[in-house]
Design a binder for this molecule. Structure first.
Ligand code: WT7
Length: 666
């Protein structure tokens, strides 16, 4: 293990850490790796001194010798109404897991009541900063709000009482379509308080995408914000909700949190959020729930067009998220913690809301874009609030890198103790920029690999452990992960294979809502193992490096978008006969969506049509899914059975060998 090299020495960094460094791979292809041996960065004595995990390797060994005892020990730190009879029960076929069996639990007791009771009543739980100028015409400063744990609990209880009053019961679904203000965590926690299931839909999704998610979950109530602010513009969230709930029978009420008093409530379906909460008691007994009670659904992209509702539960999820939040960020009592993710994604659920609040953290929430009013916005937030732990994405780092190092240089970033990254492989160039310009070559960078389905961090190097740029590191204590071939045998170091998890972990998804077969697929693609859908390598020292997705799922700005979703949006355009979509390497976004489109007879390619197709995708799915490039083609490569071979399109696009094309139609 080398000493910390200066940034100039790290020039043998892999050239291939990007998510698309390889062409699309299929299980029948030989996966090989171009990765080079990497320098590692060793943490300083100061970092080691404050670490929760002093000897990672020893803790790992212990955890793997008896994972159930290990996770039970972590669970002891939480508050349970009544204890479990058995730590974990696993059935292989059909796959089914349960953690902390027969225990009674409520995640909100752990995120709120416990703190209020034990000395954190007046500690700030949520520190919110709005977009500069947001909410006040002509203003240039950013609005701010702080809610203590005591205040947050009262507001959550009031919201829970509102939901009860609307007839929402345990097991009922509530869809949340909200901007980033404290009302979003309040609404999530209020559902959890009474055992209702929240389904947060990211505010960047369009009305039809929102509608299909409300429909799939059969939500009784929708909670929304009227508007959000982004780059000085107002985002009309309520407009999308009005359109989405039109004629949907399941939806009985829409609660509207109004940031603009001028927003009108136009039907008897709608209720004002603030007025309704103010009228309620600030006490609400938490429901005593079985630990396996569903906490939320979160829709994520898969290989088919329809998004899947990943189901997470109260007990195990609380244990997995709080434990990993603590050890991976070395979270300490006085730390100001900031994760830039929107709560609409899993990162926001696990590491903005639940994990940090269970640990009693002060969580910063910042609305708006990273470059508004200028590219120093985030660094100014770190300086102003003295942020100690900062968690973001490679795509954001790359975007900020482009604006130049003079922006971070203007601010005092010395409060930072740990920095994190997630969502896609971080390329060495971005890693080094982050390390140098934000971390001033001393703040550890923790790269966390996990998924919507895993619920919690799975692979990461804790701050006290040597890290290798571009690799999330090693499986965390309690987690057995490996790189395997399609039969499940571990591959040799340096060889490519599939990223697999061998044993259940507490925060793993319990099923896919109304689609148990899709759930089973995770466990029977490679028999007996959980298959993450990523291709990866492992080096001699056990560091795992993720090369990208093995399936037809793109990673755009760290978020998964299914090729099939975009294709079906394109085909819904009157001029389109057929479409195929691939992800192309992009220096900022990781992958950029490229669409190949066959037009229906009577339509001619034109700029205008291209714009109209992009508009179609925007309307169907939202701006994140808009293809950056559209090419009109006469035919598409297909297998003899008629499946589009995106792999072939992609290889051609990138100028590489397409791999096995024996199934290609002549
Ligand atoms: C997929 C999961 C988990 C939060 C955000 C995305 C990729 C995630 C890393 C990382 C390399 C990563 C994988 C994974 N991914 N983190 N640190 N290094 N790749 O959640 O939408 O469920 O996507 O994101 O491909 O399978 P998600």
């Amino acid at each position: 293990m080398s000493e910390t090299p200066s940034s100039g020495e790290v020039n043998n960094a892999t050239q291939n850490a990007g998510p698309t460094g390889t062409s699309a791979t299929s299980s029948d292809e030989q996966l090989s790796s171009l990765q080079k041996q990497e320098e590692s960065y060793v943490p300083s004595a100061e970092v080691k001194a404050r670490a929760h995990v002093a000897d990672f390797d020893a803790l790992y060994e212990k955890s793997i010798a008896d994972p159930q005892a290990f996770w039970a020990e972590q669970a002891q730190g939480l508050e349970w109404f009544s204890p479990w009879h058995e730590v974990m029960q696993w059935q292989a076929a059909p796959p089914q897991v349960k953690w902390f069996l027969n225990a009674q639990f409520n995640i909100t007791v752990n995120a709120l009541d416990r703190h209020v009771k034990h000395g954190r009543r007046n500690k700030v739980a949520l520190l919110w900063v709005g977009e500069p100028g947001g909410g006040q015409d002509g203003a240039t400063t950013a609005p701010e709000r702080a809610l203590t744990y005591g205040q947050l609990l009262r507001r959550v209880n009031q919201c829970a009482n509102v939901l009860k009053g609307l007839g929402v019961q345990q097991g009922d679904r509530v869809t949340l379509y909200m901007g980033l203000t404290p009302e979003l965590p309040i609404a999530m926690l209020a559902c959890a308080r009474i055992g209702a299931i929240h389904s947060v839909v990211y505010g960047g999704f369009s009305a039809p995408a929102l509608r299909s998610r409300i429909e799939d979950s059969q939500s009784k109530v929708v909670i929304c914000t009227d508007i959000g602010y982004r780059r000085g513009k107002r985002i009309n969230l309520k407009g999308a909700v009005d359109e989405a709930v039109e004629g949907l029978e399941s939806v009985e009420k829409v609660l509207v949190y109004r940031r603009d008093p001028a927003t009108t409530l136009n039907s008897d379906l709608e209720i004002d959020f603030e007025t309704a909460l103010d009228a309620e008691s600030a006490e609400c007994e938490p429901a005593r729930l079985d630990s396996e009670t569903p906490l939320f659904f979160l829709y994520t992209s898969g290989t088919t067009g329809k998004p899947k509702g990943v189901v997470h539960v109260h007990g195990g999820y609380a244990v997995g998220t709080s434990y990993t939040h603590k050890i991976c960020f070395d979270y300490h009592e006085d730390d100001i913690y900031w994760c830039t993710a929107d709560p609409g994604w899993i990162t926001g659920h696990s590491y903005v809301v639940y994990g940090p609040l269970i640990n009693g953290a002060t969580v910063l929430l910042a609305e708006g874009a990273l470059d508004f009013p200028d590219a120093g916005r985030w660094w100014s937030v770190i300086e102003k609030y003295g942020v100690n732990i900062f968690y973001s994405t490679p795509t954001a780092i790359r975007a900020l890198m482009r604006f130049g190092e003079e922006y971070p240089a203007k601010y005092d970033l010395s409060s930072l103790k740990v920095m994190g990254t997630v969502g896609e492989p971080i390329n060495p160039e971005a890693w080094l920029w982050y390390h140098k310009n934000i971390g001033h070559e001393k703040t550890p960078i923790v790269d966390t690999w996990w998924q919507t389905e895993t619920g919690q961090f799975m692979i990461a190097t804790v701050p006290s452990y040597p890290t290798k740029p571009g690799s999330p590191g090693k499986p965390l204590p309690g987690i057995e992960a490996d790189v395997a071939d399609k039969e499940g045998h571990p591959v040799e170091p340096g060889k490519g294979g599939f990223l697999v998890i061998k044993k259940p972990w507490p925060a793993m998804m319990r099923t896919i809502y109304k689609d148990p077969e899709r759930y089973e697929k995770y466990w029977n693609t490679i028999p007996g193992l959980y298959s993450a859908g990523d291709v990866a390598t492992k080096d001699e020292e056990g560091y795992i490096r993720v090369m990208g997705r093995a399936d037809d799922v793109m990673n755009v700005s760290g978020y998964r978008i299914g090729t099939a979703e975009v294709e079906s949006a394109l085909v819904s355009h009157a001029a389109v006969a057929e479409a195929a979509v691939i992800g192309k390497p992009d220096p900022v976004k990781g992958e950029n969506i490229k669409a190949f489109v066959i037009l229906r007879q009577g339509n001619e390619p034109s700029e205008q049509l291209m714009t109209s197709l992009k508009q179609q995708v925007r309307e169907e799915l939202g701006p994140i899914a808009i293809p950056g490039e559209i090419e009109f083609v006469g035919s598409l490569p297909k297998t003899r059975s008629g499946k589009i071979m995106r792999r072939v399109l992609k290889a051609k696009e990138l100028g590489v060998e397409p791999g096995d094309i024996s199934t290609l139609e002549d």
